[in-house]
Design a protein around this ligand. Structure first.
Ligand SMILES: Cc1ncc(COP(=O)(O)O)c(C=O)c1O
Length: 404
């Protein structure tokens, strides 16, 4: 068979209409840069939507993957496999929680957490305790349970009926929180820092009230750390900035070092909720992905990448604030480590396209938010490059508008 051209036109003939892809064919990556078919280097401020924490080509990660692939790629969860044990122990160490379940993707971790929440509620003897709540503007995934917790109509329209006994609390609205939770609440799912929603953090007051109400109504707090976890905000989990102790934590994206891997980590009180056969997956906890995940976490620790996320993120914020003083198109900037949202006065995809022409890859979310999720390895020079390009784009736009 003749090889097909890898273009947007061919993509349309082959695939369902899931993704609005950029017209860029990537062949490989080097550090914080992606390289196109033509050999052009693009500064990657997206890192595979927050996946490639170590950037591209980290030798330790490659070694862990090749070593494990050479021994065993898959055997199933019928057997004991050391890479799963090692990674589970590491996750327990960094979280202070007790039990781990491995899945393959973020949405699957959320599904497992919904099942754990409902099963624990059922075991409490309160037959009415089934309600699973989430927060407005949130994103938890696209399978039925996760989609039912996800706020925006663009993800849910046309897919009714969704999971029953789900509901939404207005983000950071304490009176609404107090009004919505009750004895019927099995769990409240939160993103301590919302990702797809445009990079917004919960307030300490809201979290304090949530913790107080958990005590009163005995529901679970589930922290979705799928985008904000694994060091991106400067702490291993973003909930750590708030002193929160969640009952369940969902991780994915960077967890497998670029291979598909997710986890639910639970506190001791969740230990006996699932019994054999209640939940499972063929691929979850794949040994190559687990070996990669452990290498990735060890590299984050050894290289001080959480500190880099804090410090470089702060430097980026300062530089962006300086840009905002000169460019009225920037309306707001939010920065949590290397999770950065820039609200602009128009559809952010305009800037995605302009930055692409200047060989910088940024992402748009929530209509008018430019989202930056660079590798945690990013350095000051690369940040500088990104700022120069944003400055150029905003200046050119002003010139076009004013003619000066
Ligand atoms: C906070 C959050 N939860 C869940 C998901 C779903 O993860 P996945 O795309 O791996 O299913 C995402 C993905 O963007 C996410 O950002």
């Amino acid at each position: 068979m003749k090889p097909l051209p890898v273009t947007l036109e061919t993509e349309k003939t082959l695939f369902f209409h899931n993704y609005a892809r950029l017209p860029l064919t990537i062949t490989h990556g080097e550090g914080c840069w992606l390289v196109s078919e033509e050999g052009t280097r693009y500064l990657d401020m997206i890192s595979g939507i927050g996946v490639n924490a170590l950037g591209y080509g980290d030798k330790r990660l490659l070694q862990a993957i090749t070593d494990q692939a050479g021994k065993l790629i898959h055997a199933s969860n019928l057997f004991l496999m050391k890479p799963q044990f090692d990674l589970a122990a590491k996750l327990i160490e960094v979280s202070g929680l007790s039990k781990v379940f491995f899945a393959n993707s973020g949405t699957e971790a959320i599904e497992a957490a919904i099942k754990l929440s409902r099963k624990r509620a059922a075991m409490s003897g309160n037959d009415d305790k089934k309600e699973v709540l989430s927060l407005s503007n949130c994103f938890h995934g696209r399978t039925y349970g996760a989609m039912s917790l996800t706020a925006k109509a663009k993800y849910t329209d046309g897919f009714d009926p969704l999971l029953p006994e789900t509901g939404m609390i207005t983000f950071n609205d304490i009176p609404d929180l107090e009004a919505k939770v009750s004895e019927k609440t099995a769990a409240v799912f939160i993103e301590p820092v919302q990702g797809e929603g445009g990079i917004h953090a919960l307030s300490c007051e809201f979290i304090e009230k949530l913790v107080e109400l958990r005590k009163r109504f005995d529901f679970l707090i589930v922290a979705d750390e799928i985008q904000a976890g694994c060091g991106r905000t400067g702490r291993f989990f973003s909930y750590m900035h708030f002193g929160l102790q969640p009952d369940l934590v969902c991780l994915a994206k960077p967890l497998g070092g670029g291979l598909p891997l997710a986890a639910v980590i639970g506190s001791e009180k969740m230990a006996d909720v699932f019994s054999y056969g209640n939940h499972g997956t063929t691929f979850g906890g794949n040994p190559v992905a687990c070996a990669a995940g452990l290498a990735m976490i060890e590299a984050i620790e050894a290289d001080g990448l959480m500190d880099n996320a804090s410090n470089t993120g702060k430097a980026m914020l300062d530089a962006l604030r300086e840009l905002a003083e000169r460019h009225p198109q920037i309306l707001d900037i939010r920065q949590y480590g290397l999770m950065i949202g820039i609200t602009v006065d128009k559809e952010a995809k305009v800037y995605v396209e302009k930055a692409l022409q200047k060989h910088v890859l940024v992402n748009a979310t929530s209509q008018n938010v430019i989202r930056l999720l660079p590798p945690l390895t990013i350095g000051r020079e690369e940040v500088q490059r990104c700022i120069i390009v944003l400055d150029e784009i905003l200046t050119e736009e002003n010139k076009e508008k004013t003619g000066i």
